[in-house]
Design a protein around this ligand. Structure first.
Ligand SMILES: *Cc1c(COP(=O)(O)O)cnc(C)c1O
Length: 394
């Protein structure tokens, strides 16, 4: 966080983006190719378009193969996946759940659906993900271990779980985070919405917690139009998740019996068909997205006042979105670059408004969020579509 006195010239930054992204570029475009048409047409031809069908099963199987998870349950979107993962993790009304403030609003919305409140912990500048050391320090200061579990001594509420988010595809530092969870009896649920194809020490993100969730929204590495998935290694949890996402219907040849309030969160077959075709292309997408990152690395190498987000030694990132941090000039410089780049047809975006600054979560408990606010003022997301990394492999 040592500020560089040299300020990046906005038009110079735009020029460097153009070198990689060309004259016009979206932030992240889907690339629909491979077997997409054939598989979707097959759904249309056979009439298997809805929540039952062979592509959903195949999609889940492919997710298991790719991530190494024992179980994958496909859902209508990543937010629904998070919602059910939190329910399955035992999050209840009145609970607090540890989460970063620098995340997409879905992470905190899903907590709110469970009647829980976020408890914000700062991020690391190197990963943009939750800082395990700051979490440990915060728990030492604010939490007490009771026979019923961990309690926030200031609010008196249970602290139930930790939901890290692998920001832009960069893995959080999971080993120290797992150690904190073990020490305090916290359940880990990973928001891996942005990190399909990203690995921590050789193991796929989203498979370290009791549960992990993925998103297949149109702007993610792989898309099903809209979609998500829950990963877990626990067969009982997998069963419960499947049950909750399919209206809690008891298996029966013809009767409708539901044993609790369930959800209609199952991914339709037509979306899964597109997803199967997309997953077949995942390794090519990731290879080309990593090439885009290398190209930005070269383009910005000799420019003062900026730092391109790279990957830590423990992470192999999918580089979902490339992020540039303006190390000088703060928010004013950031807004100048955003204005100039968007004006030039190169779509760039700031980070999300930190969750603790949103009205709904403004009263949530928190540790110090110095890095979160520092990064939020200086980060710019760059055009990062796989097509910018060259043509698809034949
Ligand atoms: C995309 C995303 C989600 C889920 O989004 P959906 O649009 O509901 O699929 C959740 N968390 C993060 C961090 C995301 O980027």
């Amino acid at each position: 966080m040592s500020p560089d006195p040299a300020l990046a010239e906005p038009l110079e930054v735009v020029e460097r983006i153009r070198k990689v992204a060309g004259e016009k570029a979206a932030l992240h475009e889907p690339e629909i190719g491979g077997n997409a048409w054939a598989y979707v047409k097959d759904c249309l031809d056979t009439g298997w378009v809805s929540t039952v069908g062979a592509y959903v099963d195949r999609f889940e199987k492919m997710l298991c193969e790719i991530t190494g998870a024992r179980h994958a349950i496909a859902t209508v979107n990543g937010t629904a996946a998070l919602h059910i993962a939190l329910v399955a993790a035992g999050v209840r009304p009145g609970d607090e759940v540890i989460t970063p403030s620098l995340t997409f609003v879905a992470t905190c919305n899903a907590l709110a659906y469970c009647g829980a409140s976020p408890h914000f912990i700062d991020i690391e500048e190197t990963t943009l993900g939750i800082d395990p050391a700051k979490l440990a320090a915060r728990l030492d200061e604010a939490a007490i271990l009771t026979p019923e579990g961990l309690v926030n001594r200031e609010t008196g509420r249970p602290i139930r779980a930790v939901v890290p988010m692998h920001c832009f595809g960069h893995s959080v530092d999971l080993d120290p985070l797992l150690a904190v969870c073990a020490e305090w009896g916290l359940v880990l649920v990973e928001d891996a919405a942005e990190s399909l194809g990203s690995f921590y020490k050789g193991r796929h993100t989203g498979t370290f917690g009791l549960l992990g969730t993925l998103s297949f929204n149109g702007n993610k590495v792989v898309t099903t139009g809209g979609g998500g998935a829950i990963l877990t290694g626990d067969p009982e949890v997998a069963k419960r998740v499947k049950h909750l996402t399919t209206t809690a219907k008891q298996p029966h040849a013809w009767a409708f019996v539901h044993d609790e309030v369930g959800y209609n969160y199952r991914l339709p077959n037509i979306n899964a068909a597109l997803g199967c075709a997309q997953l077949e292309l995942l390794s090519d997408f990731v290879a080309r997205k990593r090439r885009v990152n290398r190209a930005y690395g070269e383009a910005f190498a000799d420019l003062d006042g900026v730092r391109l987000m790279g990957e830590q030694p423990f992470c192999t990132s999918n580089f979902w979105l490339n992020a540039l941090v303006l190390t000088a000039g703060g928010r004013t410089a950031r807004d100048e670059v955003l204005a100039a780049a968007n004006q030039a047809g190169l779509t760039t975006r700031p980070a999300w408004t930190p969750m603790h600054e949103l009205r709904m979560f403004a009263d949530a408990p928190r540790g110090d969020l110095a890095v979160t606010t520092w990064i939020a003022d200086r980060l710019i997301s760059l055009p990062s579509s796989s097509r910018l990394g060259g043509p698809a492999a034949a």
